[in-house]
Design a protein around this ligand. Structure first.
Ligand SMILES: [Zn+2]
Length: 290
């Protein structure tokens, strides 16, 4: 049995290899269909090989059907190193990223990773790339000593985000991958000194509101119904109402309150002198369990 120092020395020796692995990961886009991407298939192909390279012999692929992506499947990778008991200690990481957004706002190109002043820049380098690569190489170090403990060591690399997603973590739960009594660690949050462990997340609700009015020329508002005016009133009403109704605080969460944010609003008319017949906007709500 190696000491912790010996184990850490082996992990230190992986540094260059880990940086290269994370760079390769970033070069392969993995954007979900709700953001116009084709999912994680190509990235999962690379990661499947990397999991094997890290000393796992028991690797299972769980493909969830998803008509929205080109190859119609969303991949999930499950790797295990058996212990003597049935209980598994899992590390769950996710393979996807959000889209890069406005490319001009990037200091370095999102899909061409580079190390600057000891930091690796690229889309998803932090969420969830570094945690995913770290979990793989931690396992590699353990496997390199041929260690197996009482608990089975399990890695789950899931499609989509780390919680609440039908094609990723929920799919694996339905497939019976996780059992009652398993220990599950999801390294998707952190602070630089590693002193905080997140134990809960708020529930997420995305809401799209469409308001229908009647189009008219802006000089004759009486002939129409301005959907944007109605939408704006409704938005303010809803936000005030929700903030008051769900106003409790819980210090387990950061920030400690539920949040209700209007985020995206579609352009419905192209010119300034038309009263819009439609107003379309979106909310991102993060709600405490209370
Ligand atoms: Zn994440």
């Amino acid at each position: 049995m190696p000491s912790v120092d010996e184990l850490l020395a082996v992990i230190d020796g992986y540094k260059d290899e880990m940086i290269e692995a994370l760079k390769e990961l970033i070069r392969i886009p993995a954007i979900g269909p709700e953001n116009g991407g084709d999912g994680e298939f190509e990235r999962a192909r690379y990661l499947r090989e990397l999991v094997e390279h890290c000393g796992f012999e028991e690797i299972e692929l769980f493909d969830a059907l998803d008509e929205r992506v080109r190859l119609r499947l969303r991949p999930n990778i499950v790797a295990r190193k058996r212990g003597t008991s049935d209980q598994t200690a899992w590390i769950v990481t996710h393979m996807d990223t959000v889209p890069p957004g406005d490319l001009d706002s990037w200091s370095y190109p999102p899909f061409s990773p580079r190390v600057v002043d000891g930091k690796l820049y690229g889309l998803g380098a932090e969420d969830n790339g570094q945690a995913l690569i770290a979990s793989l190489f931690a396992a590699k170090a353990i496997n390199s000593f041929g260690l197996s403990g009482e608990k089975t060591m399990g890695l789950a690399l899931v499609a989509d985000e780390e919680c609440g997603n039908e094609k990723g973590i929920k799919f694996l739960i339905r497939e019976g991958v996780f059992r009652s009594g398993d220990l599950i660690y999801v390294p998707d949050y952190g602070v630089p000194d590693g002193s905080v462990i997140e134990v809960a997340e708020k529930s997420l609700l995305w809401l799209k509101i469409t308001v229908e009015g009647i189009q008219a020329h802006a000089s004759s508002p009486g002939k129409g119904i301005n959907a944007m005016k109605v939408g704006s009133k409704f938005m303010t009403f809803l936000l005030d109402h929700l903030t008051e109704k769900y106003g409790k605080l819980n210090d387990l969460f950061i920030p400690p309150n539920s949040t209700f944010e209007p985020t995206k609003r579609l352009q419905t008319v192209g010119n300034i002198n038309t009263i819009p017949a439609e107003d379309v906007f979106y909310f991102d709500f993060r709600v405490l369990p209370e």
